[in-house]
Design a protein around this ligand. Structure first.
Ligand code: ADP
Length: 782
């Protein structure tokens, strides 16, 4: 066939008939002039039956009018003939009157004087039905997921409550007189329960994220501190394995950000603990960089890089799913639940970022994540301490470390302060510099280096320079600090712990070179070395729902010499107080189940002013928050993130002060008395404590009656003996507040006067009611 010749009508019809879609043409009057085989199949009309009929026959009546308008609009639009005019979902009508969803396009073609409109139409009912099914299936799956997450959340909560009792009871047990073997068992119970609690908290956290119940805070925070605190939590783990821990914050990163510091720290701690867990030698380095976006928003990128075992490429993608681990065998070497990464990734996403990883087996892994946050203020992280650094400018510092990351950090930081650094990668290299007459004002030596360690190097250096000519700073991890007799010969000016922190480095440099801080009043308060717990022994309970925050506060307290118990919400605080007495509760204000304010109100209702001192930990810096805390019955507060020095001074405050309310200054019942009774219990007297309590409750009304009788009869000597007898059983139980009134009555009797006796008896009765309530709950708990 001649390729230039046109198709015949028959050929054209042939082609049209092959099409699956319905192809329908109408003339100026909307009469059907073409109806292909596809159209016959879709509509159920034969062409010969429908040709010449109105197009409306194929449309549900409700479209008839609209259809005309639509054609008119299309004509007015002046769009090219043959071009697809419009695609949209519509409904068409079969011969039997049933409707079906369709997708159609329309085009027009001018033929001679008339315009022919052609509609190409596809029946999409099957697809629509499929889509609907998918939608329903998706909704069902989501509902099931929600139900599962709710179940997980409830279950974890239910498990946590008794588990906290196990932990509380174990710590109670550890405070009693038990032998070494028993102590060992009890400590194992406590440690294992704490691990279990962490896992359950992870599950709870994850399910909270899944059901969208996780609220992200927006508070200004110091990024450098957040990174340092995360590293602090894990530095001892790293030191035990001899892994170098370091961090590096890029010049571009703002110092203060607005966001959720707790969640950020949670991600960092998760990634860091994984890196340390899966690394056997080398280092773990956190780096932070920033990219400025619009409206003072920054995308901050965090990278946690390790030199660990690495992750095979084909396993990398799935690790972010829950409960996945590279080695899932039951004999696996590394513990864990496989939840950490899933939680971390979701948290990063909730904070407007993402998470990904790069890894090579045997070389190491780098986990990256971003968050999108606002900067608070214009200060950059690197300008840290800048204004005070002029005293260091021009000083020559010798830096010796075999680890290149540490060297890089030290060199960079000293350059930022205007110092003149020289770096050596080994003791030999450093000695060369010193021997050849290089003058240094100060040296920073890493303790653990191959061949010659920091101590050996220092001894060599001392052959050339004494401690005045070249003060030396030793860089160690706490766990690896040497306890060698030769230390005394070297006279180190300061010790610096890894990871290297600019503040500590700055202070050590000033101290080593005996430089007075430029702005003495701005200098950080020197941390006193004495343990507060020795001068102010306190039993402390920490109430905080976030596990990482729990650890931070516990660690700060450990720093001060306290070993605190931890619970996760207000209800658990009340439970814990039923089991044992605490002097201080550090109470997070916002907690699930029961918040800190409510818990304090109930605590005060139950124990009055004699209950523990409550210190609020609050992120809210809103005016009025302090008043809210105090009016709920809290004694003081520290703002979050909690600072060591703030914590120290607030503890000194509350430990030293009685409560203001003089009337209630003494405890209803002195728990120590009960504890002593409990200690006296043995196989022969298994219920000694509760027996004595019961006896007291039963006998007291009789004593009260005797006092009443003595007053009514006006007999002072009877009053004296009645009050005296009652007093001894009151003292036996440590019912302090009753004691006060009873002693007064005894005094009246002794002095031979009855004046004011009725009022005192009333108070004593009231106090007895309170004490009885209190004792009954104690009986239930012992
Ligand atoms: P868990 O550590 O509790 O098992 P995660 O979700 O944190 O749970 O980690 C899941 C798995 O990912 C780990 O079990 C481990 O196989 C792998 N993984 C995570 N981080 C690293 C890392 N830094 N190096 C090697 N493997 C890792």
């Amino acid at each position: 066939m001649n390729p230039n010749s046109s198709l015949t009508v028959a050929q054209l019809n042939g082609i049209l008939s092959i099409a699956d879609d319905a192809i329908i043409s109408v003339d100026d009057d909307q009469k059907i002039i073409l109806f292909n085989q596809g159209a016959e199949r879709v509509f159920g009309w034969k062409a010969e039956e429908i040709l010449g009929k109105e197009l409306n026959k194929l449309l549900p009546p409700r479209y008839h009018e609209g259809h005309h308008k639509h054609i008119a609009e299309f004509d007015r639009s002046g769009l090219e003939a043959r071009k697809m005019a419009e695609r949209r979902a519509i409904f068409a009508m079969r011969r039997d009157g049933t409707e079906f969803p369709a997708e159609a396009s329309i085009s027009k073609l001018a033929v001679g004087g008339t315009t022919i409109h052609t509609v190409i139409l596809r029946d999409i009912s099957a697809r629509k039905a499929y889509e609907r099914e998918l939608e329903v299936a998706k909704e069902r799956a989501e509902a099931a997921m929600q139900a599962k997450s709710m179940f997980l959340a409830n279950m974890s909560h239910e498990i946590r409550t008794p588990l906290n009792a196990v932990i509380g009871m174990t710590s109670l047990l550890l405070n009693t007189r038990i032998d070494e073997e028993q102590r060992d068992y009890a400590q194992t119970i406590r440690a294992s329960s704490e691990v279990l609690l962490t896992i359950i908290n992870d599950i709870l956290d994850y399910s909270k994220i899944e059901v969208g119940k996780l609220d992200i805070e927006r508070q200004p925070f110091d990024l450098r501190r957040c990174v340092e605190e995360s590293l602090d939590l894990l530095s001892s783990n790293a030191a035990e394995k001899n892994i170098n821990l370091a961090y590096f914050i890029d010049d571009s990163v703002p110092a203060q950000l607005v966001g959720d510091v707790t969640r950020l720290r949670q991600i960092l701690v998760n990634l860091l603990s994984n890196s340390i867990k899966f690394t056997h030698r080398g280092e773990v380095v956190v780096s932070v960089s920033a990219r400025a976006g619009e409206d003072s928003l920054y995308e901050i990128t965090f990278s946690v890089k390790d030199t660990g075992i690495g992750i095979p490429e084909d396993r990398q993608a799935e690790l972010f799913q829950v409960f996945t681990q590279v080695d899932a065998s039951t004999t696996r070497k590394y513990g864990g639940t496989g939840l950490g990464l899933a939680i971390s990734k979701r948290l990063a996403e909730v904070m407007g970022g993402r998470m990904w990883l790069e890894s090579e087996v045997g070389v190491g892994s780098t986990f990256h994540f971003t968050i999108t946050v606002e900067a608070s203020g214009s200060q950059l992280a690197h300008s840290f301490l800048q204004e005070r650094s002029s005293s260091l400018a021009g000083r020559r510092v010798l830096i010796v470390d075999d680890n290149s990351t540490n060297r890089r950090i030290l060199v960079k930081q000293s350059l930022l302060w205007g110092m003149v650094p020289s770096a050596a990668a080994s003791a030999i290299e450093a000695l060369d510099l010193v021997r050849h007459g290089h003058a240094f004002d100060v040296g920073i030596l890493d303790m653990s280096m191959p061949e010659m360690d920091g101590l050996g190097l220092a001894l060599e250096i001392r052959k050339y320079r004494d401690e005045y000519a070249l003060p030396l700073i030793m860089l160690t991890s706490v766990a690896n600090r040497p306890r060698d007799a030769t230390l005394a010969l070297v006279k180190f000016a300061a010790y610096l712990n890894k990871p290297i922190k600019p503040t500590a480095l700055f202070d050590s440099l000033l101290h080593a070179m005996r430089i007075e801080p430029v702005h003495a009043q701005q200098a950080r308060p020197r941390t006193s070395n004495g343990k507060l717990a020795e001068t102010h022994p306190l039993k402390i309970l920490v109430a905080e729902d976030n596990t990482v925050n729990q650890k931070v506060v516990q660690q700060l307290l450990a720093h001060l010499g306290y070993r605190a118990d931890v619970v996760a919400n207000g209800a658990e605080v009340l439970d814990a107080l039923e089991r044992q007495n605490y002097d201080v509760v550090l109470m997070d204000v916002q907690m699930p189940e029961m918040d800190g304010l409510e818990a304090t109100r109930r605590l005060r209702a139950r124990y009055g002013a004699s209950g523990p001192r409550v210190i609020a930990m609050t992120a809210n810096a809103m005016p009025g928050d302090r008043e809210k805390c105090l009016s709920a019955g809290m004694d003081s507060y520290v703002s979050k993130p909690v600072e060591l020095e703030d914590l120290r001074s607030v503890l000194i405050d509350v430990a030293g002060s009685g409560r203001n309310d003089v009337e209630d200054a003494s405890p209803i019942i002195d728990r120590r008395r009960i504890d002593q009774l409990l200690e006296l219990q043995d196989e022969n007297n298994p219920t000694l404590a509760s027996d004595i309590i019961q006896l007291f409750i039963n006998d007291s009304p009789k004593h009260l009656q005797n006092i009443d009788d003595a007053l009514a009869a006006g007999r002072a000597e009877d009053l004296l003996s009645a009050a005296h007898r009652f007093l001894s059983s009151i003292e036996n139980l440590g019912a302090h507040r009753m004691r006060k009134h009873c002693m007064e009555l005894e005094r009246l009797g002794r002095e031979g006067t009855l004046e004011g006796g009725e009022a005192l008896l009333d108070s004593l009765r009231r106090e007895f009611d309170i004490a009885r309530q209190h004792l009954l709950t104690i009986v239930q708990s012992v």
